[in-house]
Design a protein around this ligand. Structure first.
Ligand SMILES: Cc1cc2nc3c(=O)[nH]c(=O)nc-3n(C[C@H](O)[C@H](O)[C@H](O)COP(=O)(O)OP(=O)(O)OC[C@H]3O[C@@H](n4cnc5c(N)ncnc54)[C@H](O)[C@@H]3O)c2cc1C
Length: 400
């Protein structure tokens, strides 16, 4: 009789986002047969920029995906910090060649769609990984015959498939998370991100090259080139009670300009340069909650969505994929124990990064005397010292 751990059964992954596709490649490298079920009928170009720091790049390198990203990624030499009130530069953080030399992997910024496309191409080239679009995972349950059955639906059918394990990589509004008893729910942060991309040849030269982080009372703005340096990615974040569960809500340019009305003229001119704005409600999922239940493990945003103030959402999902594969060899005998070992290894690090992001959220939006104190410290800080503050995050490799 077959058992739950029958080697012939696939590992099923819910979600063909950044974490799910990376996990598919990592698990296949271990010899598993993998099925990725993605609820979207097509993987469209929704979204904007992501930051890929050396820790994430080291995983992508091992999976032979990194080199194919080079043409669409961009490596800013510095992150420049600016006061959104005075328009003056506060500090510089060294990235680029300096960070690559420090950690042995690049620091890249990239459009999410370019990263997803590269992962997809690799998945399509990899026998043993089967991607099914338009298939939403609903449940996981044992069958009366000793199999473990994953239940899904498409437009045409309600289906079920035997599997060895189910990996919930279905993002911040995860359905598989609801299958884990005592799970944490996604929590709206009271902050929204307005996002746009603009061709750089339509903008003044000051927006090319380095990344920028502008700090203001209750708001901040990040920009960096993507698409090999051809487009500028802009993320303007503000405190607002709006809630929505999509990545593609549209917003009027006039609204963005109203929210950022007290900002320097240069920045407002930049905001005016895009007619198209997307608006996202920022959510997090407390990483302290349970990530596993029997043969099910959550990863990426499903387990621990975080605010983007450390730009590590994609990075942590990519790291999860490598460590999940490490604990789940093809001949694994006790899948629930292996998944618990994955959770045990990942949780402390992910919690630390999540806390760092929450700390940045407070610091970025200070006003009055605390903001003055922050700016003074930044002005006196050496670019290399500001880079070194995140050695623990950027210096991670899956070999540890
Ligand atoms: C369309 C989209 C655009 C995004 N754009 C950006 C961006 O520009 N910048 C940024 O910083 N972050 C963006 N994100 C979020 C970012 O990708 C994640 O924070 C991070 O990469 C972690 O990835 P993840 O794989 O855990 O989740 P995600 O990348 O969110 O992927 C989750 C996937 O699971 C699928 N899914 C959901 N429920 C089910 C189900 N029940 N069964 C099967 N599939 C399911 C979703 O359709 C999605 O493809 C975006 C996410 C999405 C889905």
């Amino acid at each position: 009789m077959s058992t739950h751990n029958d080697a012939s059964h696939p590992v099923i992954i819910a979600g063909a986002g950044i974490g799910g596709l990376t996990a598919a490649l990592a698990l296949r490298q271990n010899g598993h047969s993998v099925i990725v079920m993605e609820k979207a009928r097509e993987l469209s170009e929704v979204g904007a920029g992501l930051q890929l720091s050396p820790n994430a790049c080291s995983v992508l390198d091992r999976l032979d995906v990194l080199s194919s990203l080079k043409a669409t990624a961009y490596a800013p030499e510095n992150l420049r910090l600016w006061s959104g009130e005075t328009g003056r530069q506060l500090a510089r953080v060294r990235l680029g060649a300096y960070l690559e030399q420090r950690h042995g992997q690049p620091f890249w910024v990239i459009h999410r769609a370019d990263l997803q496309r590269a992962l997809l191409e690799k998945v399509h080239q990899t026998p043993g990984v089967d991607l099914r679009l338009g298939a939403e995972i609903l449940d996981l349950s044992p069958s009366p015959y000793g199999h473990l059955v994953c239940i899904y639906q498409t437009d045409e059918i309600n289906g079920n498939l035997d599997c060895k394990a189910l990996i919930g990589a279905d993002g911040v509004w995860s359905k598989t998370r609801k299958l884990v008893p005592a799970h944490q729910n996604a929590h709206f942060s009271g902050q929204v991100a307005y996002r746009a991309t603009i061709p750089l040849d339509k903008l003044p030269a000051r927006w090319s090259g380095d990344s920028g982080l502008w700090l203001h009372k209750n708001s901040h703005l990040v920009h960096y080139p993507i698409r090999g340096g051809r487009e500028l990615n802009i993320v303007a974040l503000a405190e607002e009670a709006w809630q929505d569960e999509t990545w593609s809500a549209r917003e009027e340019k006039e609204t963005v300009l109203r929210v950022f009305k007290n900002w320097p003229a240069d920045v407002r001119n930049l905001l005016k340069a895009s007619e198209t704005w997307l608006k996202w409600a920022l959510c997090s999922v407390d990483a302290s909650g349970p990530w596993t239940h029997g043969h099910l493990a959550l990863m990426g945003d499903a387990a621990h969505a975080m605010l983007p103030y450390m730009a590590q959402g994609a990075g942590m999902a990519i790291e999860d994929a490598a460590i999940l594969a490490k604990h789940l060899p093809a001949d694994v005998e006790n899948v629930p124990a292996a998944l618990r070992a994955f959770e045990r290894e990942r949780k402390p690090r992910v919690k630390r990064v999540q806390e760092t992001a929450s700390g940045n959220a407070r610091t970025f939006h200070l006003s009055g005397i605390p903001a003055f104190a922050r700016d003074t410290v930044l002005r006196w800080s050496k670019p290399e010292a500001l880079t070194a503050r995140y050695d623990d995050i950027y210096g991670w490799t899956p070999e540890r």
